[in-house]
Design a protein around this ligand. Structure first.
Ligand code: NAP
Length: 459
């Protein structure tokens, strides 16, 4: 068994099996064997089961939220927010299952009809990270099942308990063995079992760019379809003409969500020189009011980082920046309560040559860079191998449109710090991956197009 610890106090929350190769193979077999019957079901029946899953989980959302606080460390309000977000996908895809429409095209021959059919790609597999233990599973499984695919999931080692609970509720909702399976254990061996099995026709992965590339190269051997939601290095650009208070509030909520351990977390905050000092002052006042604490309470608090490695990474990035001339306006070290808690930190006078500019911080650190012109901001924002999301704040409509075209990212968010919801295409470009999750784009990733020519219709 693998023990699951509470990052807030190190206590044991539960355990998950360290499955042997035969157990993983058995789960993959069940996923493959269940595909013909599940894909043949009328869309309405698949939809009804997803809807039932949604209803059962919603009724017990507090149970899920408390479990997530314990295994992930995020606070209760955030956990409940994540559950709403994740449930949104189950609801959306329960509805979308009924709308995977094909097409008839104008025929190129007088005695023929041209049909375009959409079919589920086949049995699928998914691997998920620890930072959204509920939403990641709900989003991937609901999309796959709605399309008529079956799916085997490997959740993250740190947060498998929420995943097992989702599976338990899925069974109760009539989603049978094989249609949704789960495995836990050695990630490398499980990844290899998924990628090397010819019968698995698609893999959806959310996690680091390093592991994403490894899986993609293994999938290449079989030309397996993939969705890759990988790392980010989001710029957050605030122009002189922005509404300052809104920009500060948007930044604080986007940055401190999950203690900064989010792929879309603003990583590089570019502030135009005319408002720089005012912005820093307002930001410091806002962040100083937020407490660092364990999450089992109704108030929003900044929780612990996920593990000791995460603490060491943030500590080293901050000390590197300080040693090269960054100035600390707030925080800058571990919280007084110790453990895995890091103080919300504001660093000014950041430079693009620092390691933090090119690395996902994954901690509650606001790194502020000063800029002069729009062209400069765009050039520096795009100066990264990643391309997940870019945020910008401006009241100039022309500039907002220019930014939406020039920023190299799968998602451009103007005048908001909030990105995700079930109806929109979430995903990146460049080293942040490919494929989209959410909305009607999400389900397209699980279907293949078949062109059918019905010729010979002359009497
Ligand atoms: P990670 O190390 O890549 O782990 C993610 C998942 O991959 C976990 O389930 C992990 O298993 C598994 N894994 C690790 N090594 C593997 C291997 N060799 N073969 C197959 N699977 C393997 O990422 P993380 O540090 O947990 O998560 C943070 C990263 O995810 C960040 O880069 C973040 O930006 C990214 N992320 C992206 C999005 C997005 O939508 N773009 C969303 C959230 C997070 P174990 O847990 O068992 O090690």
């Amino acid at each position: 068994m693998i023990t699951v610890f509470n990052p807030a106090d190190g206590s044991v929350v539960g355990e998950t099996p360290l499955m042997a190769a035969e157990e993983v193979a058995a789960a993959i077999n069940r996923t493959c064997e269940a595909f013909p019957a599940w894909s043949a079901k009328p869309a309405k029946e698949r939809s009804d089961r997803l809807r039932r899953w949604y209803d059962l989980v919603r009724a017990d959302r507090r149970v899920f939220a408390e479990l997530m606080v314990k295994e992930n460390g995020k606070c209760l309000t955030e956990a409940l927010g994540e559950i709403e977000y994740g449930l949104g996908f189950i609801e959306w895809y329960a509805e979308e299952a009924k709308r995977v429409n094909g097409e008839t095209l104008p025929s190129h021959a007088p005695d023929a009809s041209v049909l375009v059919m959409k079919e589920p790609v086949g049995p699928t597999a998914a691997i998920t990270p620890w930072n959204f233990p509920f939403m990641m599973i709900a989003r991937k499984v609901a999309t796959a099942l709605a399309a008529g695919c079956t799916m085997v999931i490997k959740p993250a080692e740190e947060t498998p308990l929420t995943a097992w609970k989702l599976l338990e509720y899925a069974r109760e909702a009539g989603i049978p063995q094989g249609v949704f399976e789960m495995v836990t254990g050695d990630p490398k061996a499980i990844g290899e079992a998924f990628t090397s099995d010819e019968r698995i026709r698609k893999i959806s992965f959310t996690g680091s760019t390093r592991v994403g590339k490894l899986l993609a190269s293994n999938c290449g051997a079989q030309l397996k379809k993939m969705t890759l939601e990988l790392g980010g290095n989001a710029p957050f650009i605030v122009f002189d003409d922005a509404t300052l208070t809104d920009a500060v509030n948007g930044l604080v909520s986007a940055k401190l969500r999950n203690s900064g351990q989010v792929c879309i977390s603003p990583n590089r905050i570019f502030v135009q020189e005319g408002i720089y000092e005012d912005f820093v002052a307002q930001l410091t006042t806002a962040v100083a009011k937020i407490s660092v604490d364990q999450g089992m309470q109704d108030e929003f608090v900044v929780g612990p980082l996920i593990n000791q490695q995460a603490v060491e990474k943030v500590t080293s990035l901050v000390s590197d920046a300080i040693s090269q001339g960054a100035t600390v306006r707030l925080g800058g070290k571990l919280a007084d309560r110790g453990g895995l808690f890091y103080q919300p930190t504001i660093l000014c006078d950041m430079r693009d040559s620092f390691a933090m500019h090119n690395t996902e911080i994954f901690g509650p650190v606001f790194a502020l860079y000063r800029f002069k012109t729009e062209e400069e901001a765009i050039r520096r924002a795009n100066n990264t191998e990643y391309g997940l999301v870019s945020y910008a704040w401006t009241t100039d409509l022309g500039r907002a449109f220019r930014l939406s075209r020039s920023l190299e990212a799968g998602m451009v968010i103007i005048n908001s710090g909030s990105v995700g919801t079930a109806s929109v295409p979430f995903g990146g470009i460049k080293h942040s991956g490919y494929g989209r999750e959410g909305g009607h784009y999400g389900i397209e990733e699980y279907v293949q197009v078949k062109y059918v020519l019905m010729a010979g219709q002359q009497r």
